[in-house]
Design a protein around this ligand. Structure first.
Ligand SMILES: Nc1ncnc2c1ncn2[C@@H]1O[C@H](COP(=O)(O)OP(=O)(O)OP(=O)(O)O)[C@@H](O)[C@H]1O
Length: 248
């Protein structure tokens, strides 16, 4: 059973095709990392999948109950505290005690301190804001998570910690997800499968399943898999060369 089916998706901006006949299925409990050269349409595809953009062509079938999106930038409400921002994702009608414990659990999972919860976004560092956005997604108890390069602004140690959260919450087979990243090590560490988009709407170049469950992979296995993909696998060989910024 698939959590998400994207069939023959096509899209254009200002008459320029950015996606053409993209078909991608994501199974229940599967986390797919989407990689590809800059400008190839990864974010556009994710936004279409999450219902934020209507595609020009194609069909979308969602079998999950609820989704949450974590963007490259935190997108917090500036007039609300971190607690209120995280709490926005919770269903109505929870007791205040239940509400408090769920906000705290999500904040703790995202490495925020309880003291941070009463701060406004302007009082939080860039990394703390992004962790608040991640906590908001976790608090929602969505069964499908969309991640659009959510950890780019974080330092390496925190980034690794956030990847562990993804593995725990979306790589454990209970939730499904679509994760955009430019970092192959992040893709190999967190996802079940890597899908590579070709440039300028040319469709999906190919895909690779990563051995073992994310939780079972160790650093050595991740390193060796990344080395193999980058040095010996033709699928990944031209992603760098195709980058829109290089050919501009
Ligand atoms: N709102 C928009 N209006 C016009 N063009 C857009 C718009 N959004 C994206 N594009 C263009 O569509 C193409 C795909 O953009 P998109 O952001 O989906 O690529 P991406 O693969 O996610 O890029 P990156 O890896 O650099 O984040 C790019 O050429 C971009 O300039």
């Amino acid at each position: 059973m698939n959590a998400l089916n994207l069939t023959d998706i096509g899209h254009a901006f200002l008459g320029r095709t950015v996606l053409d006949r993209i078909t991608l299925d994501i199974g229940e409990g599967e986390l797919v990392a989407l990689v590809g050269p800059s400008g190839c349409g990864k974010s556009t595809l994710l936004h279409i999948a999450a219902g934020l953009i209507d595609p020009r062509q194609g069909r979308i079938n969602r079998s999950y109950a609820r989704h949450a999106v974590v963007f490259q930038e935190p997108r917090l409400l500036p007039w609300a505290t971190a607690r209120k921002n995280i709490g926005m994702a919770l269903p109505e009608g929870l007791s205040s005690r239940n509400r408090h414990s769920r906000i705290l659990a999500a904040a703790t999972a995202a490495a925020l301190e309880e003291d941070d919860l009463d701060k406004y976004p302007v009082q939080l560092s860039g990394g703390m804001k992004q962790r608040t956005a991640i906590a908001r997604a976790l608090a929602s108890e969505a069964d499908f998570l969309f991640f659009d390069e959510p950890f780019t602004a974080l330092d390496p140690a925190l980034r690794r910690h956030m990847q562990d959260i993804v593995i725990r919450h979306a790589g454990n087979g209970k939730r499904s997800g679509l994760f955009i990243t430019h970092d192959m090590a992040e893709a190999v560490r967190t996802a079940h499968r890597i899908v590579v988009l070709d440039r300028r709407g040319n469709g999906i170049l190919g895909e690779r399943y990563i051995p073992l469950r994310p939780v079972e992979r160790d650093d050595r296995m991740i390193f060796e898999t990344v080395q193999h993909f980058m040095k010996a696998d033709p699928l990944f060989a031209h992603v760098e060369e195709l980058d829109e910024r290089r050919s501009a």
